[in-house]
Design a protein around this ligand. Structure first.
Ligand SMILES: [Zn+2]
Length: 207
């Protein structure tokens, strides 16, 4: 199933405020010459961790924004007495780009239940962009993950485009990108009515 995109008119202001903080983290990543993806983890209306891509800085290709933030949260999570230790089941992740295959699996493993993201990830997405790791029922040992996108989608796309336009200046053999131009056209999402017609059952509740 392709990524579920929420139309603008159904996006809640509080969710947009958190995705704006994720975008700020993405901008920080861009300033650090990392692929600009940022995220925040939220519990009870409060940001409990922020993360951004650090793959270049750490030379660790797995240190995506989500795993960066998790590395700050998990050591401090309060251990409870239950065997089924899921310290993050009441946490929502806001991330600028649909989580990749690796992160989608990791998020299920740590018990995250909901992800709200900016743009879909057609190359690496694990929430429907390439594969549907987030709700694949064959992964019987972890709860499915609800993932919805479209929040500040254009900002997230432009953040990536601006980055890729100017990247490689530090690469050993920089490619000449001087003739490239920043594309600003972004195909719109389907309207709420079109989406509702497509499949009522796939729409998440507004609550
Ligand atoms: Zn990832």
């Amino acid at each position: 199933m392709p990524p579920v995109m929420i139309p603008l008119e159904q996006q809640r202001p509080e969710d947009l405020a958190f995705i704006d903080q994720a975008i700020e983290m993405g901008e920080e990543a861009a300033r650090a010459l990392e692929i600009p993806v940022g995220c925040v983890f939220v519990r009870d209306g409060k940001v409990i961790a922020k993360g951004r891509n650090r793959t270049n800085e750490t030379r660790n290709a797995s240190l995506h924004a989500e795993l960066d933030a998790l590395s700050h949260i998990l050591p401090n999570a309060t251990r409870n007495a239950t065997v089924d230790f899921k310290p993050l089941s009441d946490v929502t992740l806001y991330v600028t780009v649909e989580p990749c295959l690796m992160c989608s699996s990791a998020l299920r493993q740590v018990g995250i239940k909901k992800v709200i993201y900016g743009c879909a990830n057609e190359r690496f997405g694990g929430c429907g962009g390439v594969l549907s790791i987030h709700d694949n029922p064959n992964l019987v040992f972890s709860e499915p993950l609800q993932a919805v996108g479209g929040y500040r989608r254009e900002e997230a796309i432009m953040l990536l485009r601006r980055f890729y336009l100017t990247e490689n200046i530090h690469a050993p053999a920089p490619r000449d990108k001087s003739k490239r131009v920043l594309k600003t056209d972004i195909p719109p999402l389907p309207s709420a009515t079109e989406l509702a017609k497509a499949d009522d059952a796939q729409m998440p509740s507004k609550a």
